[in-house]
Design a protein around this ligand. Structure first.
Ligand code: NAP
Length: 282
């Protein structure tokens, strides 16, 4: 049976470390706030936004909430982002996605100053990650690296297969594993022989957005399996992209859903906010 990688526990450790760091920074007179912008009242987004505000309160940084109506125009949103770019006390800006269809997400992401891009989605942040320069790294992939490292899983020289190539999970995930000296294979919806490729993985990272798709036939005995997916099953219970019960019997370690990757995303967002506070003063 696989070891269950406890994302709740590891994310709590990270938040406690950050809380101490924030206390030290504040003792030196360094302060900062995270601006969280939500457009419309999508219930799932509201839950994420609330969790982010709670995490800020926990580690001791201020969060400024901007709850804008659904009919907010792209220009109005861009103007707010520009104002926040200029505000000294705002160290990080987060625009909760998805945005309503009449607003271009790319335009908004690109309007955020790279110095305040705590989500790590700005092309400059992505470019810096590609060439190994300093910058904000997208939170979910960064959280997965922490989950693996803090669970004592060796990454160098391992074959890591990533399922999914989205800009916010799959692609940055593959690049971060490469940075950790893993040998990386990226797969997607056009990949042929997916089960065969996955069975070569020492570490399989599943970010495909297909509920309970990955079963035993995709897993090599003793592999580490990281499940990024979040869905509700027919009983309204949370589940991932992986058939947990089936895969747990073959893998050496696995993340559960909930309680695996999810809590790490917010912990790493907080990490980026603290990095922004530190860098501002550097
Ligand atoms: P996405 O943008 O929909 O990307 C899904 C990727 O999976 C695409 O690259 C797609 O390939 C690939 N794919 C789809 N079906 C496939 C198949 N049958 N075989 C192989 N590849 C396939 O999703 P995302 O934003 O990366 O998110 C993935 C999942 O993670 C979702 O369930 C999302 O809710 C969850 N998520 C969780 C967190 C967290 O904090 N836990 C954070 C972000 C996302 P193509 O490129 O060819 O279409």
């Amino acid at each position: 049976m696989a070891v269950i990688i406890d994302g709740k526990k590891i994310s709590q450790q990270i938040k406690d470390e950050l809380k101490e760091k924030v206390e030290r920074l504040q003792a030196q007179g360094k302060k900062g706030a995270l601006a969280v912008i939500q457009v419309g009242a999508d219930p799932a987004s509201s839950v994420y936004v609330r969790n982010k505000k709670n995490a800020c309160a926990y580690i001791g940084i201020e969060s400024l909430a901007y709850e804008l109506p659904e009919e907010t125009t792209e220009d109005e949103l861009l103007q707010l982002v520009n104002e926040l770019n200029d505000k000294e006390e705002v160290k990080g800006i987060l625009v909760q996605l998805p945005l309503p269809a009449h607003i271009c997400e790319d335009k908004v992401i690109q309007a955020i100053s790279p110095r305040k891009d705590v989500d790590g989605f700005h092309p400059q942040s992505v470019g810096a990650m590609v060439i190994g320069e300093k910058g904000f790294v997208s939170c979910t992939p960064a959280g997965i690296i922490q989950l693996l490292k803090r669970s004592g899983i060796e990454l160098a020289g391992k074959h890591c297969v990533v399922i999914g190539r989205s800009n916010i999970v799959g692609k940055p995930m593959a690049l971060l594993m490469l940075r950790e000296n893993a040998t990386v294979t990226i797969t997607h919806s056009k990949t042929k022989n997916l089960p065969e490729i996955c069975r070569q993985a020492d570490i399989l990272i599943v970010a495909m957005g297909k509920p309970q798709f990955i079963g035993a036939e995709y897993i090599k005995e003793g592999a580490v399996v990281i499940d990024v997916g979040i869905h509700r099953d027919e009983n309204h219970k949370l589940c991932g992209d992986v058939k947990f019960e089936e895969v747990e019997r073959i893998a050496s370690a696995i993340t559960p859903v909930p309680g695996g990757v999810g809590p790490m995303t917010i912990a790493m967002l907080m990490n980026n906010c603290v990095q922004a506070m530190e860098e501002e003063e550097a």
